[in-house]
Write a protein that binds this ligand. Structure first.
Ligand code: C5P
Ligand code: C5P
Ligand code: ZN
Length: 482
């Protein structure tokens, strides 16, 4: 492993070397026309990563089969071992599960291209391309899709045209954490590739969902990153806010969109949103996240949500979490028409589901428990196991609880296990909170597994041991933070 203190050149050289090694393994199997199994995570970044690597492998003419999964358990791995393929490529998942992958996939060659914190012994039949281990922070500088893109580029420089999907993935993982929602680290290089190829254009604007496609009040109400309490999901209140800001919603009979507003109107709108959040006794800072870089995918049809890279990511996230990862992959590979129509329907359902959960958890005080530095949502029997991550991200970004807290969303799985999704804040990470590491270390003591990034992580545990786990987790967070 190369520490972050190594020089930039050293880290880049090692990165190219590791990507080259993994690429030569893939090329060898592809040349033999050997079936290849692709395994990817089911969220927006994972679907983008899967699309990138599937496109690259198809271009080599190899027969490939892709599976999107939410978690790497021994059971899932046994099923993967049964798939007829000599090579398995993991993207956006795998590095945290090296030992169990090695045990289960004994008869396959393995390539892992991931940006998560790693754990376990690297299996002898594997090639591990992990950008985080190479000294590039996998929570902000490079996503799973970005890592898959670097591998695709090592396979063939012509794969540079896949850069837009790598950016969609990194936006899905919320890696636009530089000033004014810019990219940093390796993500910046990927953006350069995409801009050079004229596939992506960068501009500054208000970052509201449906910036080019939705009436302004609906764009504000549809925005959930960050979650704006009292506005997200509340179209009527957004209309009232526009009225108070003296911004007309229509020209003649046509609804205006964010891109139709003048600079002065945009400024008034942000000021009103800041006043609104302050009136709820929250910091107005959250509204500043609404101004920054927007990334336009130039090849996408005008007036479609896919043209905005963030909205593309939201659509993919909806597909994955609603059990339609295959549809997301189709979009990632360039299918439009019926696939796009279907994705929009899935997205509408996803939004309805999220709004229902948010109403439930803000309407019933007993659902939310705050203790020390942890805010917990007990969603057993209510929250779908695939939705915990999305809800945890929403609650965490909502600032509903003031101050910097760890958010933990808990539910039960259909197999009777407990599932948790944890989110921290930049301030807590700066104080030493590393959720991925804590969950990686703790979960095996409670009959499960876990991992992820410092700021966002998850775990599956034995239900009977959940309460004890939660106690220990809370103690660890409080001891690190205070
Ligand atoms: O497995 P993967 O790395 O793709 O997932 C990271 C998850 O963490 C994503 O669902 C992303 O939205 C979430 N995240 C978050 N807050 C951050 C960074 C990531 O909720 N600040
Ligand atoms: O499921 P959730 O969105 O909360 O996952 C957050 C992060 O934690 C993701 O990067 C995911 O890959 C990781 N994770 C993990 N092991 C688990 C659950 C989640 O590494 N058992
Ligand atoms: Zn990821």
């Amino acid at each position: 492993m190369l520490p972050r203190s190594s020089s930039r050149d050293e880290r880049h050289l090692e990165l190219d070397k590791r990507a080259g090694e993994a690429a030569s393994v893939i090329r060898k199997f592809a040349a033999e026309k050997s079936p290849i199994l692709l395994v990817t995570h089911f969220d927006a970044d994972g679907i983008s990563a899967g699309s990138v690597i599937l496109a690259a492998v198809k271009r080599l003419g190899a027969p490939a089969h892709l599976r999107a999964i939410d978690n790497l358990s021994e059971k899932v791995l046994e099923e993967l071992e049964d798939v007829e393929a000599d090579l398995a490529i993991f993207t956006d998942i795998g590095s945290g599960y090296l030992s169990i992958i090695g045990k289960a996939l004994r008869h396959k060659e393995i390539v892992i291209a991931d940006h998560h914190q790693a754990l376990g012994e690297q299996p002898p039949n594997s090639h591990h391309f992990n950008t985080h281990l190479l000294g590039f922070d996998g929570s902000v500088e490079i996503s799973g899709a970005g890592t898959a893109y670097l591998l695709a580029k090592a396979l063939d420089p012509q794969n540079k045209d896949l850069a837009p999907m790598a950016l969609v993935g990194c936006l899905g993982d919320q890696q636009d954490k530089g000033p004014k929602r810019t990219f940093t680290g390796l993500n910046e290089g990927i953006l350069r590739d995409a801009v050079e190829m004229k596939l992506v254009e960068v501009a500054q604007d208000l970052i509201l969902f449906g910036r080019q496609t939705r009436p302004v009040h609906r764009a504000i109400a549809s925005t959930t990153t960050p979650f704006l309490p009292g506005l997200s999901g509340e179209e009527d209140r957004c209309l009232a806010l526009l009225d108070a800001a003296d911004i007309s919603t229509k020209v003649d009979d046509r609804w205006r969109t964010i891109v139709d507003l003048s600079m002065e109107e945009k400024r008034r709108l942000v000021d009103k949103i800041i006043q609104h959040t302050i009136s709820l006794r929250m910091s107005g800072e959250v509204a500043l996240e609404l101004v920054g870089n927007v990334y336009t995918l130039t090849r996408e049809g005008p007036w479609t949500p896919l043209r905005d890279a963030r909205e593309f990511a939201t659509l993919l996230n909806a597909c994955g979490r609603m059990g339609k990862a295959g549809l997301g992959i189709a979009l990632g590979l360039g299918d439009r028409g019926a696939a796009f129509e279907e994705a929009q329907r899935v997205y509408a359902e996803y939004r309805k589901g999220l709004a229902k959960y948010m109403n439930w958890l803000t309407g019933d005080p007993s659902v939310l428990r705050q203790k020390g530095h942890v805010v917990m949502v007990r969603g057993e029997g209510v929250i779908d196991e695939n939705m915990t991550g999305a809800i945890s991200s929403l609650v965490s970004s909502s600032n509903l609880f003031g101050g910097s807290k760890v958010t933990l969303v808990v539910t039960s799985t259909k197999d009777g296990q407990a599932k948790v999704s944890a989110r921290a804040t930049d301030q807590l990470v700066a104080k030493g909170v590393n959720l991925g590491k804590f969950l990686q270390d703790l979960s095996p003591n409670y009959g499960g597994n876990g991992g992820g990034h410092a700021i966002a992580a998850g775990a599956t545990l034995e239900s009977e041991r959940l309460d004890k786990f939660l106690e220990e987790f809370g103690r660890i967070i409080d001891s690190v933070v205070s």
